[in-house]
Design a binder for this molecule. Structure first.
Ligand code: CP
Ligand code: NVA
Length: 308
């Protein structure tokens, strides 16, 4: 049994195996209807709980569809409607759910909730986003980059904006998949230095470059995300917007990246804040492939978790 808690907590060879499995499972579907079963049904007779303590469109639908394509069944649970949201401990919730289901995916606030769920569950637990990281997203992003441009190893990935949970998982991935990473944002919104130091210790270059034009030079992949994450107080919105405006990914900034650079955004986006519609809908953008690839990447993650 394997938990999928973070990219840095998973062996690089296992991560590579999941990406390759996702590629071949995606190819094997070969344009069939979304509701059609896969040829193989590794989750047949399996029940999966999908717990959401925060809103979601992509994570919720892609996990649900992925389980069903692999022959399993799902239940989508809102944290607020569970006893978990009314004082029952995470440990007890984990032990009880483990009696009913074969796999748990949870989207929550504190990382500690995820870790406790994994500690007390006797079934695999998958991180569907915490305030700190979003590993499933970056598995989909690696898959997307490699489908379009081949191996991501040695490439230059530039993150423009807030040093948030999605950036943190990119930093984890830089160390595990061997690509260079640049963070370009205001010092007030820097990521935790620990993420950067950990990646550097694995031999990749991770730099902080305040000037977005300088950061962008030579980029193979440009990534941004919302300026106000779900866990950020709305009261910080105006201040964040003022600080982050110079880091908006627009056509003028994108022009400094390599000609064949890709643009990614995990979505949901606030169009014309962190990125303009011209970029999001432009020739570099692969944002909807990224969204689709949540499905394929997570199917591979679930198979790995269940050893199937
Ligand atoms: N990218 C992502 O996780 O989207 P949702 O919040 O819609 O799940
Ligand atoms: N950083 C964003 C990602 C949403 C998928 C958030 O946490 O709200």
């Amino acid at each position: 049994m394997n938990h999928f808690l973070d990219i840095n907590a998973t062996d690089p060879a296992e991560l590579r195996g999941m990406i390759e499995a996702a590629k071949s499972m995606k190819n094997a579907r070969n344009g069939r209807p979304k509701g059609a079963l896969d040829d193989e049904q590794p989750l047949k007779d399996h029940m999966v709980a999908l717990i959401f303590e925060k809103p979601s469109t992509r994570t919720r639908v892609s996990f649900d569809v992925g389980v069903r394509q692999m022959g399993g069944q799902t239940m989508v649970l809102s944290g607020a409607d569970m006893q978990l949201g009314h004082g029952e401990t995470i440990a007890d919730t984990a032990r009880v759910l483990s009696r009913y289901v074969d796999l748990i995916m949870i989207r929550t606030f504190e990382e500690q909730t995820l870790l406790e769920m994994a500690e007390y569950a006797s079934v695999p637990v998958i991180n569907g986003l915490t305030n700190r990281t979003h590993p499933c997203q970056i598995m989909a992003d690696i898959l997307t980059y490699e489908e379009h441009r081949g191996s991501i190893a040695g490439k230059k990935v530039v993150w423009c904006g807030d040093g948030n949970n999605v950036f943190a998982s990119f930093a984890h991935a830089a160390g595990q998949f061997g690509f260079d990473l640049v963070f370009s944002g205001p010092s007030t919104l820097d990521p935790e230095m620990g993420f950067i130091e950990e990646a550097r210790a694995k031999g990749v270059n991770v730099d902080i470059v305040r000037d977005p034009v300088a950061a962008m030079t030579g980029a193979d992949l440009v990534v941004t995300d919302t300026w106000v994450s779900m866990h950020d107080p709305q009261s910080a919105r105006e201040r964040r917007h003022n600080q982050l405006r110079p880091y908006q990914v627009n056509e003028a900034l994108m022009a400094h990246a390599k000609d064949d650079a890709l643009f990614m955004h995990c979505l949901p986006a606030h169009r014309d804040d962190e990125a303009t519609s011209a970029v999001m809908d432009g020739p570099h953008s692969v944002i909807f492939d990224e969204a689709e690839n949540r499905l394929h990447a997570q199917k591979a993650v679930m198979r790995w978790c269940l050893g199937r």
